[in-house]
Ligand binder design. Structure first.
Ligand code: NAD
Length: 449
């Protein structure tokens, strides 16, 4: 602990920080847990999509609020756990008033770590309905910033013909504690045509999932979380991290593979490892990553090239080998690829041009891969973590670190498991309609989210 940290955590320093609104952020609900209070369903119009999806989740909802009178917004009486707004029929500016009317009392009524989830149609139709679809994004982002006590707001755009079975994994994820650090976000759910009837607690049972960078930090947490959900883990990391790697692999009952992912044949080596056991890969999580921070004026070709190679080029080379159906042990049809971007890449971050390039590149990569892999029902998505409490962020100087850690809607850094849970959601076979998306796990960073 540095000198400044000692002051911050001393009783006097803590009291001062408290007054400045810097101490004791809310404790977040995590894991496969539901809200304590009721889930309130508010359909704006006659759509039953949200109602049917909540039924698949086995959730009892309180009486639906329909035709909310604009002049007298309803009170919820007592604390509520979540408000799910079915806005799939909402397409006019006038109807936005109904949304205001149901959201307004929910802001006060939501319990700690409560949830607002708005479900909307992908923008279609004329100028007004397209504008309104986008207006929902502005509303969601703002509500996320106004909520307190660890409550979050998120928005899901669903395809015109999406069915409850397409939405069940996403709505379940957002209502559960697994989405603790996902706030103010929106992403798209397409029609996958599956027949998911419920949320599975072990959706990855028996599935082989390769996790790179698994020896520590976020990668180790991903291995643990996916193993909890039933996956058989192939943990990959550099030989220098062999000890940590073996510990993680043993702990999760998986296998360890010491490998530098920048090796030209890294993809083939991974596939051979899996093929030797007579198996095929279901999912690949590209978590290995490095930083070599310097202002651009001080960034030499070495710092530039090493970061781009580990964080982006190696991933592309591995994907090419692992997605070749003729390679034994490679990714099966219906499989999953998940990359790790970063809010530094999406928003830019001083001193990280090389890192931002590589991480924005990961977002571009999954967007490019998604349509190409759709014919094999393989999805490619990325998560973009903000400030996560790991060895990587522990190296940031104290004052800068404290600022990064606090400047988000939840006033705290995320935990590695928050990233891992979001990856678990993307890997779920029930998330087949989520493809080419980048989901930020950043507590709604005030910058760039
Ligand atoms: N910690 C954060 O706040 C944060 C934020 C955004 C994104 N990320 C990303 O999340 C991922 C994990 O971050 P972390 O904080 O756990 O980092 P970390 O440094 O604790 O762990 C990274 C792991 O990757 C491994 N690795 C590095 N180069 C490798 C190579 N060539 N071959 C194989 N393995 C290699 C390392 O040995 C290490 O075990 C990284 O991609 C990072 O960029 C982290």
């Amino acid at each position: 602990m540095g000198a400044l940290e000692k002051i911050f955590y001393s009783p006097v320093g803590h009291a001062v920080a408290n007054r400045a609104g810097l101490a004791d952020p809310p404790k977040l609900r995590r894991g496969r847990t539901w809200t304590k209070g009721a889930v309130v369903l508010a359909p704006i119009g006659s759509s039953t999509l949200a109602e049917e999806t909540l039924a698949l989740l086995g959730l009892q909802t309180s009486a639906p609020i329909v035709d909310v009178p604009a002049a007298s917004p309803p009170g919820y009486g007592s604390r509520i756990g979540a408000l799910v707004v079915d806005a799939t029929d909402l397409s006019t500016i006038t109807q936005l008033e109904n949304l205001r009317a149901v959201l307004r009392p929910a802001i006060r009524a939501l319990e700690g770590s409560g949830r607002i989830v708005i479900i909307a149609r992908e923008s279609g139709g004329g100028w007004e309905s397209k504008s309104v679809a986008r207006a929902l994004d502005g509303i969601n982002r703002t509500v996320g910033k106004e909520l307190r006590r660890g409550a979050t707001s998120n928005l899901i755009y669903v395809a015109a013909d999406a069915a409850p079975s397409d939405l069940v994994s996403t709505l379940g994820f957002l209502l559960q504690g697994r989405s603790a650090f996902v706030d103010g976000q929106s992403w798209h759910v397409a029609t996958a045509g599956g027949s998911v009837e419920q949320l599975d607690d072990q959706p990855l049972l028996g599935k082989v999932i390769v996790v790179t960078g698994a020896a520590r930090g976020i990668g180790a947490s991903i291995a643990r979380t996916l193993a909890r959900d039933g996956a058989s883990i192939v943990a990959v990391d550099i030989p220098a991290a062999g000890e940590g790697l073996a510990e993680v692999a043993n702990e999760v009952g998986g296998t360890a593979l010491q490998l530098d992912i920048t090796a030209p044949d890294a993809g083939t080596v991974v596939a051979e490892h899996v093929a030797r056991r007579g198996e095929r890969i279901y999912g690949v999580v590209h978590c290995a990553g490095i930083t070599r921070d310097k202002m651009l004026v001080n960034t030499d070709a070495d710092r530039w090239g090493s970061v781009l190679d580990v964080n982006l080029a190696a991933q592309i080379r591995m994907n090419e080998a692992l997605l070749d159906p003729d390679v034994a042990g490679s990714v099966m049809d219906g499989g999953r690829i998940v990359g790790i971007a970063s809010t530094s890449g999406l928003a830019g971050n001083k001193g990280q041009t090389n890192y931002a390039a590589s991480k924005a590149g990961v977002a571009g990569l999954v967007e490019a891969m998604a349509p190409d892999l759709a014919a094999r029902s393989i999805t490619a998505n990325a998560v973009a973590p903000g400030f996560i409490e790991t060895a990587m962020t522990a190296r940031i100087p104290f004052v800068q670190r404290e600022i990064f850690r606090r400047t988000n809607s939840l006033s705290q850094g995320g935990q590695p498991e928050d990233v891992a849970e979001t990856i678990g959601y993307l890997l779920d076979p029930a998330s087949a309609g989520v493809n080419g998306q980048v989901v930020r796990v950043c507590g709604q960073n005030l910058v760039g989210a």
